[in-house]
Structures are given as C-alpha cells and as structure tokens.
Write a protein of this length. Sequence first.
Length: 235
Amino acid sequence: MKSLKSGKQRKAYFNAPMHKARKWISSHLEENLLLKYDQRRITLVKGDTVKVMRGNFKGHDGKITRVNQRRRQVEVEGLVMTKADGKKIPKPIHASNLLIIKLNLTDKWRRKKLEKNLSDEVKKEVEKEAKEQIIETEKEKIIQEEKKKEDKEKDEVKKTDETSEKQKLTVGSNKEGKDEVKNKIKKEIVKKSDNKKLKESKKKNSVEVKTVNTKSQVKDKKTQSKSTKKEGENK
C-alpha cells in the first residue's frame, strides 16, 4: 500500500483483487520455524497447525479446516460458537490473531518457495517431513472413507428397518381397518333389518286399525239403518 492515509489503506484492503488479498491472509511463524525458513510470516493454507494468540480462545491449538478469502478469515478445528437457536457453527478468526506452529508441506509448489535460499540439510529435512505428512494424510483419507462407508451402511440398515416397520404398521392398520369396515357393515345391515321390521310392524298395525275402523263403521251404519226402520214402522 503506497498511501500513508488510513482511509485509502482501508479502501485498498477491502477492494483488493483476490490474488492480492490471498497473500494478506498470513500469520507469524513460531521461533524455531522462523530460524529454520528465515521468514517472519507465511500465507496460511488448509492443514497448517496454528495457535490462537488473542481472544476468548487464546492458547487453543488446531489445524486450519478452511480459509475464507473474501472475509480474510480462517476456521480452526475445535473453535465453535453456538447460535441463538442452539446450532453450533465454526468460529472464524482473523489471521493476525494466529501463530503458525507447524506448516503443511504436502504441496510441492509451497515447498519450492520455502526451499529458496536454504541449505541442503534444511531442504532434506523439509522433504522428509513432507513425505511423512503425505503418508499421514493418505491414512486419514482411508480412515475417513471407511467411516463414510460405515455411516452409509448404518443409514441403509436404518432405512430398511424403518421401511419394514412401516410395512408392518400398514399391514396391521389394514387388518384393523378391514375389521372395522366389516363391523360397520354388519351394524348397518342390522339397522336396516330393524328398520324394515319396524316398518312392517307399523304397516300391520295400521292395516289392523283400518280394518277395525271399517268394521265399526259398518256396525254403526247397520244400527242406524235398523233404528230408522223401527222409527218408520212406529210411525
């Protein structure tokens, strides 16, 4: 940054292109690394082991899991913060608050940059350390793949168990539903038969009442006719 004005410096920092901003995500080296590589600070890379020097997590050691170039921040293993809803999220930290304890030497281009102007002995040490790190990373990858396979198998077993339980429940519910339907049909049939019997009994009663009424009416007519005949004879 050429300007001495703080406003212009901030503007240049936040509006810088990505190829420049990436270089600014750097931290100081520990003393033994500083003497070994003859550099004070190096850009951070995923896999570097780091120590937190400031803040609530001061003194915490861990590997870098992610480098966020846009925010110029870094995520470290074990640094977590909880949200208002209880969900846990990795805590981002600025690179200036970190100290590099161990470098990730698996990248050959990074090794070439570090090995510039170094003695042959140091170069041999760097290459040896890089080989060890590559073997460790391969082992970690194998372990992670095995874990993923185990998790997939467990998920498949769970899914099969859930599907079998659902099928059992559906079969049981279908049986119960069939029994309920049968009972309902039986009840409806009984109700219909009862209603028919009631209707038939009512019809019979009504017919009997009508017959009785007609008989009484005939008797009344006969008595009336007899009475009128007697009255006529008396006259």
